[in-house]
Write a protein that binds this ligand. Structure first.
Ligand code: NAP
Length: 303
């Protein structure tokens, strides 16, 4: 059974190339005939890993293709996920499954609402990749991927494809807790790195502000039913800041490169969840407002 990979960007290419080279059938779905023509001008997707460059001639089609889909890897940004899935929803075969690689929360609900009766599995990854040009991806950080299904804890049969592709993963019965914990980490670190224009380690002098955000995010996690994730949050935030002191956060990189951020699926989602729970979180609200002003000043979308 073939994997369809929708979104041949950084993570989508990283998954597609590793599956393909292990002999797992893979096809790329590109957004339009122009992107398909551009892909066809090169010999395939290029993966650069530990200084080694390999090209993989993976089959591709654009969104007008009508081949049925049984296994879809959705690898676009959170803000593109619903629109991308809507364009292929009619092609989903009975019993089709979708794996959602989007960061943050909110896009998963948007996608599953468009695919009634289809299994939507969610993933959270610490792997890192970036595009070094069109159709070329650099595997920048080894990591691990957790996969789960909030609606059904039965592991899918295709996990063996990930083993063949040497994609390190763990089947996670508490995937939502993991996504929430990552969202909270992200909310405590990323917006402040944008506002202070610094690497993660540059937040050390701003410890009072980080601690205030952590305290509010702990309240939020508890009120949403993730007490265990809440317990670890404060220590984990400082561990991440120290361990990745020299790195720029993904949100910092998006803003610095003039790219749209995933704010609505990170801080925006946290803020809405707090409102729904009747929580007053002034530090979170203040960072959100300042971030919106910063995005305005840089001509970037507020959502
Ligand atoms: P990316 O490099 O920007 O790739 C997104 C891809 O989706 C692009 O190739 C884009 O196509 C494609 N796309 C968007 N809408 C489409 C549509 N309607 N039809 C077809 N293709 C469409 O993004 P990424 O870095 O891989 O990130 C994907 C998700 O993974 C994000 O939520 C991100 O936060 C998360 N994540 C990424 C990393 C990482 O290291 N990169 C790590 C952890 C989590 P075009 O090429 O035509 O623009």
């Amino acid at each position: 059974m073939s994997w369809h990979v929708l979104g041949a960007g950084s993570l989508g290419s990283l998954w597609a190339t590793r599956l393909f080279r292990a002999g797992v059938p893979v096809q790329l779905i590109l957004r339009d005939p122009q992107r398909l023509a551009s892909y066809r001008q090169v010999s395939g997707l290029t993966l650069i890993e530990q200084g080694q460059t390999s090209v993989y001639p993976i089959a591709a089609a654009d969104l007008s293709d009508q081949t049925p889909i049984t296994r879809l890897l959705l690898a676009c940004k959170a803000y593109d996920a619903a629109e991308a899935v809507a364009a292929v929803a009619h092609r989903m075969a009975p019993g089709a499954e979708v794996v959602l690689l989007q960061n943050g929360l909110g896009s998963q609900e948007e996608v599953s609402a468009l695919l009634p009766g289809k299994r939507c599995l969610v993933a959270s990854t610490t792997e890192g990749a970036f595009r070094d040009g069109d159709w070329q991806v650099v595997f920048a950080g080894q990591g691990h991927t957790w996969l789960g299904d909030p609606a059904d804890n039965t592991p899918p049969a295709w996990l063996s494809d990930l083993e063949r592709g040497q994609i390190p993963y763990t089947w996670s019965p508490d995937i939502l807790a993991r996504l929430w914990h990552k969202l909270a980490l992200n909310c405590a670190i990323n917006p402040l790195t944008v506002l202070y224009g610094c690497r993660n380690g540059g937040l050390m002098p701003h410890h009072e502000e980080v601690d205030a955000l952590c305290a509010e995010l702990v309240q939020l996690l508890i009120s949403c039913g993730y007490a265990q994730a809440a317990e670890q949050l404060h220590g984990d935030v400082w561990r991440v800041i120290e361990a990745t002191a020299a790195n720029y956060s993904s949100m910092y990189q998006d803003v610095a490169s003039g790219r749209r951020t995933e704010i609505s699926y990170l801080l925006g989602y946290a803020r809405t969840a707090a409102e729904r729970s009747g929580l007053q979180l002034p530090a979170l609200q203040s960072v959100y407002q300042r971030l919106l002003e910063h995005l305005d000043a840089h001509g970037l979308p507020r959502y």
